[in-house]
Write a protein that binds this ligand. Structure first.
Ligand code: VG1
Ligand code: CO
Length: 563
């Protein structure tokens, strides 16, 4: 007998507006009656999913299984033809992007709040990816939001039971629509196959025999992926992988791979000189942090530049006719721009958020890109990819036969170094932060109180503002425009100060301050490249705090996180 569809009436919730990367809120918010259902209905409607197939899965955080169940029931009731669901409801973000592309389906629904903590008192998130495997662009998320403001009912098939813990294909007969299929698949198989197509696995396995690494899953979704790739495929010793069991609350860890939240990894690699490379990944597997021996930190800005410069070590790029173009998000340092210029390929600067890279990749103009926020990736999928980045580094080191430090110093000796740091002030008062940004906007090039031409002195260094603007972007492919993407002060020597408010937080406001300065040292002074960023950037940071009156507006004397 066909399963019946129920139409339930509902009323809109405030603020179902996807941010930089999906809708992120406290679990308790998603648990409110109808809250999740409302948003899922808006996704299904704006994605025009009727008659199509969707991929569904998440990072395994608390509340994922319940939401997978809701999506199965609502997809059936909205005429979706079929779902591909990760076993246990799990897919890493890069894996889901890859499966959407491989299977040629209409899109995917990702359940993750990325690196935000998980558990009943922490965060949850829902994100929609389109048929290219990439995060929905602004037009689509705006449409979802508009629908969420006027929703009056949603449709659900309450009687569907599906065992998402067991792989297999489940068939249902749904009133009005007929056949509905749920295919539960192993969430690791497809990803490992993809990585094998991109990298030379035997060469990496061989290299790892005397190059011990430490891969840290931070109890997020990457655990089963790094176990399969490193333990089964590369056959490295067990102690080369850790925190590889995905836990609903990430074991209480903050699964954000940076120097603050992945400090335990930094400490281990610093103390134990055996490890020649350390890597950590975030909750949903799209971010990565790379460390060299003794805990040497590779900034994500340098990481993507180095991968781009050594892309000949990655078989995927030669198979696809070489690297076409490079890109970075606006606040990311300009290190990769120098590589693009040297290699004579196109270079793009886009707003913060991976969704802005997708069109360029689809048009065949972009191969490798990155964000300072520990995101690195290529056009093999349409999300950033943490494990891909670690494998890219290992491929390069395997071919160049050198250490992480040697590779870094060689790169800086060729190109110079873009010293870069980011200060985050989390959970500040929203009104105060908005006012701070508004005051900065009042000092841009076209404003009367313009900062242009003004000089600032701090710690014996003087910087003069050459340009002050609020970054806006016109997509070269579809002409769509994104405005107000961050206030930039560009100095006469190319140094930059950038202020932005985060679009991924679940409460309050997070101020992000990005500071960058370029240095090129004489041959023989290469040691200077290894100076501490914080020391080199101190004067510019001082100016950045002063110009924005940041301590006054935030009430903070120190940032929550420094990267
Ligand atoms: C942050 C980062 C941004 C990244 C986004 C999603 O956004 O700055 O570069 O794309 O997180 O990453 P915001 O708006 O908070 O600065 V993830 O790993 O959370 O999907
Ligand atoms: Co993430």
């Amino acid at each position: 007998m066909a399963l019946s569809i129920t139409t339930k009436s509902t009323t809109p919730f405030d603020g179902q507006k996807p941010g930089t990367s999906g809708l992120r809120k406290a679990v308790k918010v998603f648990q409110q009656e109808n809250y999740t259902e409302n948003f899922v209905q808006c996704i299904l409607d704006s994605a025009q999913a009727e008659g199509h197939t969707l991929v569904v899965g998440g990072d395994g955080r608390f509340y994922c299984p319940e939401v997978v169940d809701i999506i199965i029931k609502m997809a059936a009731a909205n005429g979706v033809k079929g779902l591909i669901v990760g076993q246990h409801g799990i897919f890493s973000t890069p894996c889901l992007s890859g499966i959407v592309r491989e299977r040629g389906v209409c899109g995917g629904i990702l359940l993750t709040a990325s690196h935000n903590p998980g558990g009943p008192d922490a965060d949850f998130g829902i994100k929609y990816n389109c048929s290219n495997g990439g995060p929905a662009p602004d037009q689509v998320t705006n449409a979802m939001y508009d629908l969420s403001c006027k929703i009056t009912e949603y449709r659900i098939c309450p009687d569907i039971q599906c065992d998402i813990n067991t792989t297999g294909t489940y068939h249902y007969e749904i009133e009005k629509y007929g056949q509905f299929t749920v295919e539960v698949v192993d969430s690791v198989d497809a990803y490992v196959k993809l990585m094998k197509d991109i990298f030379d696995f035997p060469a990496i396995a061989d290299f790892l025999k005397d190059f011990p690494v430490l891969m840290d899953g931070l109890n997020g979704v990457t655990g089963p992926y790094i176990e399969r790739i490193f333990l089964s495929e590369f056959q490295v010793p067990e102690d080369n992988v850790r925190n590889s069991k995905p836990l609903p609350d990430f074991g209480g860890l903050h699964p954000d791979p940076n120097l603050t939240y992945a400090k335990a990894l930094v400490d281990t690699v610093t103390a134990n000189h055996k490890y020649k490379l350390g890597a950590a990944f975030d909750g949903d597997g799209d971010r990565n942090m790379i460390l060299g021996q003794k805990g040497l930190f590779v900034t994500p800005c340098d990481s993507v530049a180095i991968i781009a410069d050594n892309s000949d070590c990655i078989p995927y790029f030669s198979k696809h006719g070489g690297v076409k173009g490079l890109a970075r998000s606006m606040p990311t340092s300009c290190a990769i721009d120098l590589v693009a210029a040297a290699r004579k390929v196109e270079m793009f600067e886009v707003p913060t958020g991976w969704k802005y890279f997708g069109n360029l990749m689809d048009a065949g103009r972009l191969s490798i890109c990155g964000e300072e926020s520990f995101g690195t990736g290529s056009d093999h999928i349409r999300e950033k990819d943490g494990i891909w980045a670690a494998l890219a580094w290992l491929s390069i080191l395997a071919q160049r036969r050198c250490s992480v430090e040697e590779l870094l110093v060689k790169h800086w000796s060729t190109y110079g170094r873009n010293f870069f740091t980011r200060y985050d002030y989390e959970n500040c008062d929203s009104e105060q932060c908005n006012q701070m940004i508004e005051e900065l906007r009042g000092q841009l090039d076209d404003a009367s109180g313009s900062l242009k031409g003004r000089s600032f002195e701090n710690g014996g260094k003087t910087y003069t503002v050459a340009k002050a603007d609020d970054f806006s972007y016109i997509d070269p492919i579809d002409g769509s425009v994104a405005t107000k993407q961050g206030v930039r002060l560009i100095m006469t020597d190319g140094s930059r100060i950038i202020y932005r408010l985060s679009g991924t937080g679940s409460s309050g406001a997070t101020v992000r301050l990005y500071v960058e300065s370029y240095e090129k040292f004489e041959a023989g002074s290469e040691d200077k490249y290894l100076q501490d960023c914080q020391v080199v950037l101190k004067p510019l940071l001082g100016i950045a705090l002063e110009v924005a009156k940041l301590p006054q507006f935030t009430g903070r004397n120190a940032p929550t996180v420094i990267t």
